[in-house]
Design a protein around this ligand. Structure first.
Ligand SMILES: Cc1cc2nc3c(=O)[nH]c(=O)nc-3n(C[C@H](O)[C@H](O)[C@H](O)COP(=O)(O)OP(=O)(O)OC[C@H]3O[C@@H](n4cnc5c(N)ncnc54)[C@H](O)[C@@H]3O)c2cc1C
Length: 234
């Protein structure tokens, strides 16, 4: 059972710009001193009554004293402004951990992970966690974005695919980025061409439209609705 959410306080450590509009921030836990969570879960940052923003934990449970968040600040609302304003030494308060977008270890079917842009955060955390625990499975990863600048962990996945023959990586770009020489199109089109049958369990994270399109493709293959697990960021 994942731990129950509780009020948390942490101090901001380093903040890094990892892509033009994507920042990573380390949070050093103060209360509790260690955060128990499952890879793929998220924290809830309050902005007044009934107004919160969710951020997936980009780091893995192995690092329980320091968690990392990763955000695309392009949307420009209160969540983005909060994230942009994070400065080393600042105290932040949030509730955590939340969410059921976590790996299902008892399911023997090969996993397919489908991420859109910053929606990759929980999927990358799950993949890193499985690898750290020596529990990695042969996995297919589809990563889509409007251009490579909006796919912050693309280079990391390319390098994992080079060293790990069980990691089938399929990046896909929707826009007309001149420098991109790889596959073009959508996540759903890519899933249609790389997933041969319904003998999979799918983990899909990003925008609602992409999730709906990917779910349709997989259900047309015969996968049942419950076998498509999803996290809707926007
Ligand atoms: C479970 C969960 C986990 C999340 N984890 C992360 C995370 O790890 N990193 C992260 O950056 N965001 C994450 N989000 C989204 C995050 O909670 C905020 O919605 C996001 O930061 C935008 O907040 P905002 O206040 O700046 O903009 P808002 O005012 O909330 O949004 C402005 C508009 O932009 C849309 N939008 C929001 N995010 C995006 C996006 N990335 N691309 C395109 N359109 C978008 C919204 O739907 C809205 O129409 C998560 C959301 C959920 C529900």
């Amino acid at each position: 059972m994942p731990p129950k959410p509780r009020a948390c306080r942490a101090r901001v450590g380093a903040v890094h710009v990892i892509a033009p509009d994507v920042l990573e921030a380390d949070l050093d836990m103060e209360d509790p001193a260690e955060l128990e969570f499952d890879a793929g879960q998220w924290i809830s940052v309050p902005f007044g009554p009934k107004n919160v923003r969710a951020y997936s934990i980009a780091s893995t449970p192995r690092s329980s004293r320091r968690i990392t968040l990763s955000a695309d600040v392009e949307p420009g609302g209160i969540g983005s402004a909060w994230f942009r304003g994070l400065a080393p030494g600042q105290t932040v308060e949030f509730k955590a951990p939340f969410g059921g977008f976590v790996f299902q270890p008892a399911d023997p079917r090969p996993p397919i992970f489908v991420a859109e842009e910053i929606g990759v955060v929980p999927i990358r955390a799950i993949l890193m966690d499985l690898e750290e625990r020596g529990a990695a499975r042969a996995a297919t990863v589809v990563y889509s974005g409007r251009d490579p600048a909006h796919m912050p962990y693309h280079a990391e996945f390319v390098s994992r695919a080079r060293r790990d023959p069980d990691f089938a990586y399929h990046p896909v770009v929707a826009g007309d980025d001149a420098a991109w020489t790889g596959r073009r199109g959508t996540a759903a089109e890519t899933v249609r061409s790389v997933v041969p049958d319904a003998a999979v369990i799918a983990y899909v994270s990003g925008g609602g439209q992409m999730i709906g399109e990917v779910r349709e493709v997989l259900m047309a293959r015969g996968l049942d609705r419950k076998s498509v697990r999803w996290e809707k960021f926007w």
